[in-house]
Every structure is written in C-alpha cells, then in structure tokens.
Write a protein that binds this ligand. Structure first.
Ligand code: 5AD
Ligand code: SF4
Length: 514
C-alpha cells in the first residue's frame, strides 16, 4: 500500500499545514488534523535548502486559549528534549496557560518522549496508562504525546489502537504548531495527529521558558545525518541543519545580559555544525571562537561525533577561558569491526589518535563517553577491545547501554547470537571498570582547589551547596546561600566515586586551581 492509499484506507482527509494556502482553508474544511509519521519519508535526505522561518508568532485568535487553564509537561530523554520542553512551555504561557507541577491540576498534560531505547518507550506507555483514570475523571483534560516517539509509525499506530483516550500526538517538527494543534484538539472528538516526517526546517523566535536562571541550553543545530545502524535519531529528528551563527550569538549575548553563567550548545552531532551552509565555510571551531569572546563565564557543548571533530575546534578549545575542558565524545565500541557494522565511520585507532591530539592540546581535559554493549554478534574479544580502549583513554565517566533494537533501523534486521545474560554480564563488567576509572579520576582532586558554579542546595541536605567544576564534576560543600549563582573556589576534602566533597575557600587562600 502506498502512502496515499494508506491514508485513504483510514478515511481521513489530510492537509499539508506547511502549505500556506491549505493552512488558510484548513480549519474551514477539515474536522481534524491527521498527519501520521512515515519512517520512509523521515529517512529521505534531499538536496533542497533548509528553510529558515524567522517569523514565529501566535495567531491572535489563539491568544486567550489558556486563560484559567494550567499545563504540565513530563520530559523523557536528552537535553534536546528538555530544551524542547522549555519551548513548549514558552508557547503555552504565551497562550495564557499557567504551569503546574501536579498532573492532577493540569488542563493540558504533555509527555515529551524519547525513542532511543525500548525501555524508554515502555516507561512512556506505562505513564500513558497511569494517566487514563485522570483523563476519565476529567474529560476536558487534554493529553498529548510529543517528542521522538511520536515520529515513529509503530508508536502512532499503537496509540490509535490501544490508547484512544490520548487527544493529541505531534512530532518534533511540529512544536511550533502547538497553538493550532491545541485548538484542533479542543474542537475534535478524535485523536489529533500531526507528525511531519520531513527533513526539517529551522524556526527562529520561538518563545522559551527556561528551567533555571544560572544555566541555559542553546540549540546550534538540529537533526542528524550519520545514520549509525542502531540509532533512531536520524529518523525522529530530521536532517542536519544549522542555525545561523548570528542567531546563536545573539541568543548567547542575551543570556549573558540576563545574568546566565553557563550555556550548553546543543545538537545531536554538534561537530557537523555549519556543514550545511552553502554560502560560507563556518564550523563549530569558528562558532566557539566567536562565542568565547562573549562575556559569559562558561560554555559547553554536546554531543560530539568523533568523525567530525576537527583540528580547528581542538585549537580553539585549547584557548580555554570560558570554554570548559570537558569533552563528551561517544565511542560506542572499542572494536573496529563492530564500529564498522555500526557505521560509525571511524576505527579504534582513529578514535585513539583523536584522543591523543585532544590530550596533547588540552592536557587536563576530562573525557567522557557513551558505550553500547551487546551489539548484534559482538564477540567476547570484541567486547574486551572496548574494555581495553576505556582503560587506555581513561574516561572519567561513561553512559553505558545494552543494545536495544529499534524498528526501522538497519541493525534491527541483523541476526543476533548474543544471549541477553551475556549482554548483561558485559554491561556489569564494563560498569565496574568505569566506576574504577571514575573513582581514580576523583581521587586526584583531594586537597586541590577547584572553581565551582554553585547551582543551589544539595538534593539531600539543604545545609549543603552543590555545583559543578569546569570539568563537570559535582561538588557538595558548605557555604553561604549568597554563593548560589556564583563561581566560587572550593577545596576538595573527600573524593567519592561520582562526586566530591569540599569546603569553600576565601579568595586569598586560593593558590592552586585546577
Ligand atoms: N541501543 C542502545 N543504546 C543506544 N544508543 C543509541 N541508540 C541505541 C540503541 N539502539 C546510545 C548511544 C548514544 C546514546 C545517546 O544512546 O550510546 O550515544
Ligand atoms: Fe531520545 Fe534521541 Fe530523541 Fe533525545 S534525540 S529524546 S536521546 S531519541
């Protein structure tokens, strides 16, 4: 069945709301929006230029929509999703909704979902199930599913079949359409589905309600073109497209003026930044070099792909200043054979060479990584190559995962002879090594003085303050509340496996800063 027949068989009319003409006619003629995802379309990578939309605004007729109503958003997954939540909260507040942290008080509940592994998805389906009684109790409550899972055909079909009480499903490319989608949901009796499986545009001027006043996220690019064989992200987030540097620089300047102390530049593959510009040669190194001149104390970026990590970026990062000496550099596996089947486009040796270059330029750099164990047919020897690489690099921490097949990706079609018990056992062995290396890295801090950006009270003890060092280590220490939001010097008294304890020092005592 082709796309058209499939839609006809569902007896729903579709419109392309990105087409201005149909958008005008659309509310007049159609009762509901129905744009289901297509993984086939999501995979397409055309040559057409990225469309930049500078003119986001909320149509006047929707402005009072949220008056007297509250919203609640639950976020799953990565920082990109966290930041999307900030945008959705911004749009909802412009519509007049107020935030609440109690789902029971909300008139709109959104689940901003992650599709990276099966257990992430199961959690969301569980949560949708938990919300059913609330939805039944409050029929005027709108329940929406958005984020990466909604870009998957199988997920939308499952929602349509088994979770008919969900009111709205919208995709990662449809966030700016939230006012229209809500409006449709208030009018429609059936589920409103709007998921564009497109390569993606860049929409500027979106409102944002940031979660904190100290640290902020800034998107520099969207999407991913790497198509690692295990990964769903290129399908859920569209093609690689970069924001214009002037827009990013302006956003960072504004954040600095508002008193933010740290920004993290976000993208699924930040090292590909600028590769899609047709009018200039400008990459992540150039961007970082421009941003480091802005008067903001700390700049970080995530996530890197080793393949695109170039010498210019290393050279710029070595200038330090407000560029932090922490690099998250996902390796995924230490075996060149597995890396090849993963389509990572680098070998073990090339990764190690990159690490050598980085360490030469920035000797005190902290490297962290992501690792997948139990990729289809991974042998014991190949797994041991991962262990040896981890030891050789000396990662200070790592996110480790058991491979999870994702429908529609090439790896999901591979036969796999590794039993789950073996995968679990490998994960445990890897985690033991990672813990050992982390504890070793932490131990070195004992007796040293570090710079800490104080974020607030410690989660477990309100008398203790907590914040992060330049190299992204969490420090708990006693100090005055007035230090919150400031960068202070802390002497480390005790190293734990994942955190440091310390005491704040007055300026004149600070002699050794690492
Ligand atoms: N299974 C397990 N882990 C995965 N990751 C991405 N896709 C999968 C998958 N199918 C991991 C990678 C990536 C991190 C964000 O999640 O390590 O870097
Ligand atoms: Fe999850 Fe990836 Fe989507 Fe982030 S981009 S929410 S990690 S699937």
């Amino acid at each position: 069945m082709n796309e058209e027949q499939r839609l006809q068989s569902q007896q729903v009319k579709t419109v392309d709301p990105s087409d201005k003409k149909s958008e005008k006619d659309y509310s007049k003629y159609f009762q509901r929006v129905f744009m289901p995802p297509s993984m086939k379309d999501a995979k397409r990578r055309g040559k057409e230029a990225v469309k930049y939309h500078e003119d986001f605004s909320i149509p006047e007729e929707f402005l009072g929509m949220g008056k007297g109503r509250k919203f609640y958003i639950r976020t799953y997954g990565c920082q990109m999703n966290e930041h999307d939540t900030e945008v959705m909260a911004g749009i909802l507040m412009q519509l007049g909704y107020e935030p609440t942290d109690q789902p029971e008080d909300a008139n709109v509940i959104l689940l901003n979902t992650c599709a990276i592994r099966e257990n992430a998805e199961n959690k969301v389906f569980g949560e949708i199930g938990h919300l059913k009684p609330l939805k039944m109790e409050k029929p005027d409550l709108l329940l929406g599913v958005c984020g990466c899972m909604s870009q998957e055909e199988s997920v939308v079909n499952k929602l349509l079949k088994q979770y008919q009480y969900v009111d709205m499903v919208f995709g990662t490319h449809n966030i700016h359409r939230l006012p229209h989608i809500l409006n449709e949901a208030y009018m429609a009796k059936e589920m409103v589905v709007e998921v564009w499986s497109k390569e993606g545009d860049v929409v500027e001027n979106l409102p944002k309600v940031r979660q904190g006043k100290i640290k902020a996220w800034v998107n520099i690019m969207y999407g991913c073109d790497k198509f690692c064989t295990y990964c769903i992200v290129p399908y859920t987030r569209g093609k690689e497209r970069s924001r214009r540097p002037e827009d990013i620089i302006q956003e960072v300047r504004q954040l600095a003026a508002q008193g933010y102390k740290e920004i993290t530049l976000l993208g699924q593959n930040v090292n590909a930044y600028g590769k899609d510009f047709t009018d200039m040669e400008y990459g992540l190194g150039d961007l970082m070099d421009d941003l480091r001149k802005i008067d903001i104390p700390r700049i970080r970026f995530t996530t890197s792909h080793p393949r695109d990590f170039d010498d210019h970026l290393i050279e710029v990062l070595a200038k330090k200043g407000n560029l932090m000496e922490h690099i998250h550099l996902p390796v995924q596996s230490g075996s060149s054979e597995i890396l090849k089947i993963m389509a990572r486009k680098y070998t073990r040796e090339q990764y190690l060479e990159l690490v050598r270059k980085i360490k030469k330029a920035i000797p005190d750099v902290a490297l962290t990584t992501d690792i997948i164990v139990g990729f289809p047919n991974e042998t014991e020897e190949q797994f041991e190559e991962t262990l040896s690489l981890v030891r050789e690099v000396g990662f200070e921490s790592a996110y480790t995962f058991i491979y999870s097949p994702r429908e529609g990706t090439p790896a999901a079609k591979m036969k796999d002879n590794v039993p789950m018990e073996v995968k679990k056992e490998r994960l445990q062995r890897l985690n033991e090594l990672v813990n050992e290396l982390s504890a070793k890295a932490m131990k070195k801090y004992e007796g040293k003085i570090v710079e800490v950006l104080v974020e607030g009270e410690s989660k477990n003890n309100p008398d203790v303050l907590a914040g992060y060092t330049r190299r992204n280590k969490l420090v708990n220490f006693k100090g005055p509340k007035s230090a919150i939001g400031q960068i202070v010097k802390v002497k480390i008294t005790e190293a734990k496996t994942w955190t440091l304890n310390g005491e704040m020092v007055v300026e004149r005592e600070a002699v050794e800063v690492k």
